[in-house]
Design a protein around this ligand. Structure first.
Ligand code: NAG
Ligand code: NAG
Ligand code: NAG
Length: 275
């Protein structure tokens, strides 16, 4: 969701190495990200080819996180995320190892929101991503399809008939059909929760983990009101930008592990489903 002021700068390796030149060239193209590549083949010992997968363990483990790429959508941007990875220390320029650096809004790609995202007193009080409950982020979850012709209103929530006791739900919407997370240009017409849908969920269900397949759980028209309804109780975690393509609806075990970014109201997260 809205990239506020927090930008993440991660040194992907801490080793202090000598670099011949502090180059900040664009990161080289990544082998295996072209969908036309046959990912199952290895080039042999001389030229090994990395394997990139969406599913692991003979169809048991689904990666429901998006790959970070320069072309992935970014909040209210026409041009996508843009360059976020640099290689200031490279072996090609005489360093002992390659060391990348990255900088990106914490609400990029598959990410989650902490209460401080839209409620400033919670931000000041320190309700950051480090305070989120890992028990909520890991456990049995329902992947459910929602009607494709509406945003998530109270009426839609009621029609889904999610039983009491279900605590983690991944809502798959028209966003997945439209492949919005694979489109560079941000699209305000994505499907999300309207305020009355958010209120219905809080009032009538036990859901504490809300997953959705675009950058915000809240529809653009009800952006802040829906977020506030979800986050003001500080017990619901919003997981956004999930990749729910090619997974059957049903019950899984979900696992999301955000970074422990002290002071940040959002964090990229890897999420998987286990059958
Ligand atoms: C990084 O190091 C590997 C060897 O470990 C080398 O093959 C590769 O070309 C290096 N990449 C860059 C961009 O310098
Ligand atoms: C190495 O340094 C040169 C000169 O600064 C730069 O043009 C080149 O892109 C750098 N290469 C890498 C892989 O960092
Ligand atoms: C959902 O709401 C957005 C505005 O927030 C709107 O543009 C879009 O058409 C709505 N989607 C559906 C399926 O009604």
């Amino acid at each position: 969701m809205t990239p506020l002021h927090f930008f993440l700068l991660l040194l992907l390796s801490s080793a202090a190495l000598i670099s011949a030149a502090a180059a900040t060239t664009a990161y080289p193209s990544i082998p295996g990200t072209d969908s036309t590549t046959d990912c199952g083949l290895s080039g042999g010992d001389e030229n090994p080819v990395p394997i990139r997968r969406e599913v692991y363990g003979n169809g048991k483990i689904f990666d429901i996180s998006h790959r970070y790429t320069v072309d992935m959508p970014s909040w209210e941007s026409k041009d996508g995320v843009g360059q976020f990875l640099w290689l200031p220390k490279s072996m090609k320029n005489g360093s002992l190892a390659n060391n990348s650096e990255m900088k990106l809004p914490t609400h990029t790609g598959t990410h989650l929101d902490a209460p401080g995202h839209v409620i400033d007193r919670y931000f000041d009080a320190g309700f950051d991503v480090d305070t989120l409950d890992l028990e909520v982020l890991n456990g049995p979850a329902l992947l459910i399809d929602v009607p494709r012709d509406k945003n998530i209103t109270a009426e839609v929530m009621e029609s889904l008939k999610i039983p009491k006791g279900v605590r983690r739900v991944l809502f798959r919407t028209l966003n997945t059909d439209r492949r919005l997370m694979f489109k560079k240009e941000f699209d305000t017409s994505y499907v999300g929760f309207m305020k009355d849908g958010a209120e219905w969920l809080v009032k009538h269900t036990d859901i504490k983990f809300i997953g959705i397949d675009y950058l915000s759980v809240a529809a653009f028209d009800d952006l802040i009101p829906s977020h506030i309804v979800f986050l003001e109780g500080r017990d619901i975690i919003l997981v956004e930008g999930l990749k729910l393509d090619d997974v059957q609806p049903g019950i899984y075990s979900v696992h999301c592990l955000p970074l422990r970014l002290l002071g940040a109201e959002g964090s990229p997260t890897r999420c998987i489903l286990i059958k």
